[in-house]
Design a protein around this ligand. Structure first.
Ligand code: NOJ
Length: 533
């Protein structure tokens, strides 16, 4: 098997607005990230992925770009970016950028020109359709609520926006658009960035005939603002586009391409984007939604994933990101949730597949409750109260217990989480058993083990519903991961499975000597990583 760095890497997602504010305007910036590279290095991750930092009117907080080749002044300058890139590279940390090529901002000069008339040079760079004012061309919906078409007086036509109306969708069928995208990718690769996360990569192409989407999922009643996106995603032409991206990126050394595949269709789609000549990785969001919290739930999912990906493509796993409720808060309240979160962190960081960690997960950050008046996310503003939006998972990183949590010296753009006095970096570092030290340990263990980074995965039938077990089998090492998903002790006869423990590698216990014998027991919610014969 080839072993590119990104297969063995742990990738840390930073939401730049909320990581660290160096210029004291209440919004995080690139200098702030550079200041905290020591922290990132101490955590031990291999790469950081920055949510968009490009010029933007910030209608969707950077996912509405008005210049793909410029840094937004809120985040700093190109010189600040170059410094961050160099400083990260000096520490051996790779930098991945987030590019949004499905749509631009409506303030992008391309769209300003495009919307002005029907016959300008960029007239067809977006998806324009004739129609009657007040009568949208079809039933396509915006992911952020309401219809996906907006009327433009100047052209007497509609344009498509699958997100807010200030995010017009690009027309990928136009060769000049495709060329611009490739040029922009090349620009950043030439600068030395280590890869990209491609926003909603499976939406690039839409049905050319503009057929209505079915209003129901085949086997599901229609849910709030959710319908089958049959004709607005996963169109066959997308494959050609990502093959072209891949070809371009392969001309550079050691770069990674990661697709955000916006789908609820599961493995099959996600796999399609990671076939050998497509992208290197695509996000698998399934762990974010899996219920109930039980070994079986995850085992079933892993089985499926392994069966689909085999040796052919490389899986990935995430527990959370900037679009969904913080995973700790999905697990309940108090210490019980923290113990469950530790089980999932061990799972994430020992599976076969690239793990992503969202900033703050490593200190046990919870979802913040944002009162309606303070909501800034368009999704929350448009869909409230059915959908409270994504501000709660994007609150500033709490560095210490000072008034603005050490994030800034001034009022931040989103409120600091209510629990920041107890849950913050400084405090976590001071507590040996904290989530931070646990993540640090797990990341180090992964880094030191060839089997954990690249090895095969083999599930162990533990015969106990509380317990998940799997081997990671490397070239010269066999690692057994045991995870107790229940609040009860579990006894396990390892000898009966033909396994002998050679060494306790890590986990949640402070008494690793318990694992010397061939028979063992796992405490409630215990995670144990063992080298075995
Ligand atoms: C997916 C991104 O993760 C999300 O934050 C954004 O709002 C949409 N794409 C639109 O770009």
């Amino acid at each position: 098997m080839d072993k590119p760095w990104w297969k063995g890497a742990v990738i840390y997602q930073i939401y730049p607005r909320s990581f660290k504010d160096a210029n004291q305007d209440g919004i995080g910036d690139l200098k702030g990230i550079t200041e905290e590279l020591d922290y990132i290095q101490e955590l031990g991750v291999d790469a950081i992925w920055l949510s968009p930092i490009f010029k933007s009117p910030m209608k969707d907080f950077g996912y509405d770009i008005s210049d793909y080749l410029e840094i937004d002044p809120i985040f700093g300058t190109m010189a600040d970016f170059d410094r961050l890139l160099d400083a990260a590279h000096e520490r051996g940390i790779k930098v991945i950028l987030d590019q949004v090529y499905n749509h631009t901002s409506d303030r992008h000069p391309w769209f300003v020109e495009s919307r002005a008339s029907r016959d300008n040079p960029k007239a067809d760079w977006y998806i324009w359709v004739d129609g009657e004012k007040g009568q949208a061309p079809n039933n396509w919906l915006s992911y952020f609520g309401g219809g996906a078409w907006e009327w433009e007086e100047a052209r007497q036509q509609y344009y498509l926006h699958l997100f807010v109306k200030e995010q017009p969708d690009l027309n990928w069928r136009h060769p000049d658009v495709r060329k611009q995208v490739m040029d922009s990718i090349r620009f950043w690769l030439d600068k030395g960035v280590d890869g990209f996360r491609f926003d909603v990569v499976n939406l690039y192409y839409k049905d050319e005939r503009l057929r209505d989407n079915p209003t129901k999922y085949p086997d599901e009643p229609i849910a709030f603002n959710r319908h089958h996106h049959l004709y607005t995603r996963d169109r066959p032409e997308t494959e050609g586009a990502i093959e072209e991206i891949r070809e371009l990126m392969d001309r550079y050394k050691d770069r990674v391409s990661i697709g955000e595949v916006a789908t609820e269709l599961g493995q099959a789609q996600y796999f399609a984007y990671t076939r050998p000549n497509r992208l290197n990785l695509a996000f698998n969001f399934d762990f974010k939604e899996l219920r109930p919290f039980a070994a079986k739930t995850y085992v079933e999912h892993i089985k499926l994933n392994e069966a689909v990906f085999r040796d052919f493509a490389w899986p990935s796993y995430v527990l959370g990101n900037h679009d969904s409720k913080r995973f700790l808060s999905k697990l309940g309240e108090g210490e019980d949730a923290v113990r469950k979160a530790k089980v999932l962190a061990a799972l994430l960081l020992t599976l076969r597949g690239t793990p992503f960690v969202y900033y703050g997960e490593e200190i046990g950050m919870r979802e913040a409750v944002i009162p309606y008046e303070k909501i800034v996310d368009p999704q929350g503003k448009n869909l409230w109260p059915n959908n409270v939006g994504r501000d709660g998972c994007r609150t500033p990183m709490p560095w210490n217990a000072s008034p603005h949590a050490g994030f800034s010296q001034t009022e931040p753009w989103l409120p600091i989480g209510e629990d920041a006095r107890e849950v913050n970096v400084e405090r976590q570092k001071a507590e040996p058993g904290s989530m931070f030290h646990y993540y640090k340990q797990l990341i180090r263990i992964r880094k030191e083990s060839e089997a954990l980074r690249f090895g095969r995965l083999e599930l162990l039938d533990t015969k106990d519903p509380a317990l998940m077990g799997f081997f990671r089998i490397g070239e010269s090492e066999r690692v057994l991961v045991l995870l107790n998903f229940e609040d009860r002790k579990v006894v396990l006869n390892l000898k009966g499975f033909g396994v002998e423990v050679r060494r306790y590698i890590g986990g949640t216990t402070s008494r690793p000597e318990r694992f010397n014998a061939a028979s063992t027991s796992l405490e409630p919610y215990e995670a144990a990583i063992l080298e075995v014969s």
